[in-house]
Design a protein around this ligand. Structure first.
Ligand code: AMP
Length: 448
């Protein structure tokens, strides 16, 4: 199977060649023909499967058949809208759309919160073909009459399960209601949970279903290994692993913001160049940390679950869980950062006996045996017990408002922040919303 046989026009094929994409990934092979044929699409695909190109390529082909604009000049209204749960994902999707459309004349922009509205309004006024937006800020623009969605031909809901988890359902409904019924709708989600099915039933027309990874499974090219270790020796074991492994670019997950800062500091002091990314960092700090990691100026990125969601970091050979996530599904999302697009990946977890219950949940979810191998010199003082009474870290936490500031209208939805140290987050839902709701400076997506 090649991209040519999928029916993409030369301008897109040239762009793919420039990206060194030879062969479509399974989600692309399955989704592209369905979208080109004009069907609604309900796709189950995790980050790392190539889903962004799976919707961007046929979207570009349909809006610009054979690489041509249907009319000269800039569009009066946006023709396609991509909704994403976080601004980071919106920026990534925008980057991908730019890469794939480099030989087309198209105008695209991002719309997300945490930055001023002025540039976004100007971009919209100039005329934009494709808008990539987070729901909250988009609603703000709709309310103030800056954007008219009546010309939307294609609507994409990317990581729809995350958007629902973050409490965006009412916003999604409002946005969808502002688009024409005749639109084509593409919904991407890691799982087909009942709420996703309900959304599809309500807003999609006879969607074709495509599923490349069954719900809650991880990419098969990832090997999993657990090193049992006493909690107070985790940092040293991490250092030992990082020092012994010649592979660069490791993503390390910590459970709390405070914990990730401490770990990052410790690694830097020990001579391993590291940066931390979490919900308390400003947008600028996050962008810089990610850039430094991408450019290999730092070798380790220490991240919390929220900060890491949707990050597109290419070809990551290894992900290390310094702490296990409180919710087993988050393990799957974390591990989605390695073994991407066919590359081999290694997922290591450092598990103390207090976390045995979390490991038990993860193993049940994966329906898979994760290798448990004590590391010589770091053997734990107590074995990991996996029975029904296996211990879990204490849950706690309280709902907080973004930055403690007056809550803006669009942010008055259930959202939350990552737990701070010793404050492990009350519920999964609470830990989902932080990234999209904090205010900090950053440049909005530009025009093209
Ligand atoms: P995504 O799941 O959309 O976040 O994509 C994961 C990564 O795979 C991104 O870095 C893409 O650039 C890359 N990718 C997507 N499609 C292909 C392909 N057909 N061949 C090689 N790499 C790809």
């Amino acid at each position: 199977m090649s991209f040519q046989t999928l029916g993409l026009s030369p301008a897109l094929l040239r762009a793919l060649a420039a990206q060194n994409y030879d062969t479509p990934t399974p989600i692309q092979a399955a989704a592209i023909p369905v979208v080109l044929a004009g069907h609604d699409l309900l796709a189950s695909a995790q980050t790392g499967t190539g889903k962004t190109a799976g919707f961007s390529l046929p979207l570009l082909e349909r809006l610009f058949p054979l690489g041509q604009r249907p009319s000269s000049g800039r569009p009066r209204k946006p023709r396609a809208l991509v909704l994403t749960p976080t601004r980071e994902l919106a920026a990534q999707v925008h980057d991908a759309v730019r890469d794939y459309s480099r030989f087309l004349t198209i105008y695209s922009t991002t719309i997300f919160g945490g930055v001023g509205m002025g540039n976004q309004i100007q971009n919209l006024r100039r005329g934009i073909d494709i808008v990539i937006a987070t729901p909250g800020r988009l609603i703000d623009h709709m309310q103030q009459g800056h954007i008219d969605l009546s010309g939307i031909e294609i609507l994409v809901l990317d990581e729809a399960d995350r958007m629902l988890d973050m409490g965006f359902l009412p916003a999604l409904k409002r946005v969808i209601a502002a688009t024409p019924r005749t639109r084509q709708t593409l919904l991407f989600s890691a799982t087909f949970a009942p709420a996703i099915k309900a959304l599809a039933t309500q807003f999609m027309r006879a969607p074709r279903e495509v599923s490349v990874a069954p719900a809650n499974t991880v990419v098969s090219t990832v090997s999993h290994r657990v090193h049992p270790v006493d909690a107070e020796r985790k940092r040293d074991l991490l250092l030992h692993i990082l020092a012994a492994d010649s592979r660069r670019q490791t993503l390390v997950f910590a459970r709390t913001k405070h914990g990730s800062d401490k770990l990052c500091k410790y690694l830097n002091q020990s001579g391993i160049r590291s940066a931390a990314i979490h919900g308390n960092k400003s947008q600028n700090q996050r962008t810089r940390a990610l850039d430094d990691f991408r450019k290999a100026k730092v070798d380790v990125l220490v991240a919390t679950d929220i900060a890491a969601r949707g990050l597109d970091i290419e070809q990551l050979p290894m992900v290390i869980n310094h702490d296990l996530p409180m919710v087993a599904e988050d393990y799957v999302h974390r591990i989605g950062r390695t073994g991407r697009a066919g590359a081999e990946g290694l997922a290591l977890s450092l598990v103390s006996h207090e976390e045995a219950g979390l490991l038990r949940d993860i193993r049940q979810l994966l329906k898979d045996d994760i290798e448990i191998a004590p590391m010589e010199g770091f053997e734990p003082s107590q074995p990991l017990r996996m029975d029904a009474n296996a211990p879990k870290p204490r849950q706690g936490g309280q709902r907080q408002r973004a930055g403690g500031k007056k809550t803006p209208a669009h942010a008055r939805r259930p959202h939350a922040q990552e737990p701070s140290a010793g404050n492990h987050g009350k519920a999964r839902r609470q830990r989902r919303g932080g990234a999209g709701s904090r205010r900090s400076p950053s440049s909005p997506g530009g025009r093209r």
